[in-house]
Ligand binder design. Structure first.
Ligand SMILES: [Fe+2]
Length: 290
């Protein structure tokens, strides 16, 4: 019986449609064309979606594994600003409607990295060295390392009916996500490419987006098995409200260009709950920006 017929034997390479995405052969003509295409998309639009990256036949098992972990998900803050909580300094001096003071609903739970078991397919994929090698080539960086933070490395975001994520900027430069299960309706990923820069926060444009101006908003309808590479540090983005009974399940694969990156203790408490305080704080080679 071939390996693909025995789910218990599936390894990371069995999950990926390697005919369509020859990530193990980046120097072949097709592999090089794939890398070039991703780099071009990222440069043009800060996002590259790879539909069908995972084979349709493996999705039911990934979903079943994620569903089994849903009771462990932590709800986190019910509202947040586009800049999360890193906005305390001088906040009171800002006018009431300033984007740094604006909070909007955040309705999602997250399964922390340490709660995703070693044998789960999504963890085996995340920890598979060829994936990091491929992503580093695709993002045109010398190397990528899995996030060293106990809680942040691999997350599964869970959205029930009405679930959403507020407009926000990422603290990380790049973000890799893999949709496991879509909501029945809604739950689209929406973003405004490069609305701010290192030199200019462009608060007027951010305020317009928060006020509902969709002029510059780009929408991505994700489908299960789609891998999305996104640069969200300068591009505000959100997940639109989910509708219907089927929950939206998405994994977030955190990689950094340096080894040993940890999240902040305060951020972990906020997003993963009070149990975070039970663990010893580990020394960080580097601290994430949040
Ligand atoms: Fe984000």
């Amino acid at each position: 019986m071939p390996a693909m017929d025995r789910p218990a034997d599936w390894g990371p390479a069995d999950l990926i449609d390697l005919d369509r995405y020859p990530i193990l052969d980046p120097d072949s003509p097709r592999g090089a064309a794939l890398i070039a295409e991703i780099r071009a998309r990222m440069a043009e639009t800060v996002l590259c979606a790879l539909p069908g990256f995972l084979k349709p036949e493996v999705m039911p098992r990934l979903v079943a594994e994620a569903e089994a972990l849903v009771p462990l998900a932590y709800r986190g803050p019910a509202e947040a600003s586009p800049y999360f909580y890193n906005y305390g300094t001088g906040l009171d001096a800002l006018p009431a409607g300033h984007p740094r003071r604006r909070k909007s609903p955040r309705r999602l739970s997250q399964i922390a990295s340490d709660l995703v078991p070693e044998g789960a397919l999504i963890r085996r994929l995340y920890e598979w060295p060829p994936l990091a090698t491929f992503l580093a080539r695709a993002l045109n960086v010398p190397a990528l390392y899995r996030c060293a933070d106990r809680f942040q490395g691999l997350n599964i975001s869970v959205m029930e009916e009405g679930g959403c994520q507020q407009w926000h900027f990422d603290t990380n430069e790049s973000n890799i996500t893999l949709l496991m299960q879509a909501a029945e309706q809604g739950g689209e990923f929406e973003y405004v490419p490069l609305i701010r820069s290192a030199e200019d926060e462009n608060y007027d444009a951010v305020r317009r987006v928060l006020d509902g101006d969709s002029n510059r908003v780009v929408r991505l309808a994700q489908e299960p098995g789609m891998l999305v590479l996104f640069r969200g540090h300068h591009s505000i983005h959100r997940v639109a409200p989910c509708r219907g009974k089927r929950r939206r399940l998405q994994s977030i694969l955190a990689f950094n260009t340096h080894p040993g990156v940890m999240g902040s203790h305060e951020s972990n408490l906020l997003h993963y709950g009070p149990r975070v305080a039970l663990f010893p704080r580990e020394p960080a080679a580097r601290q994430a920006a949040d």
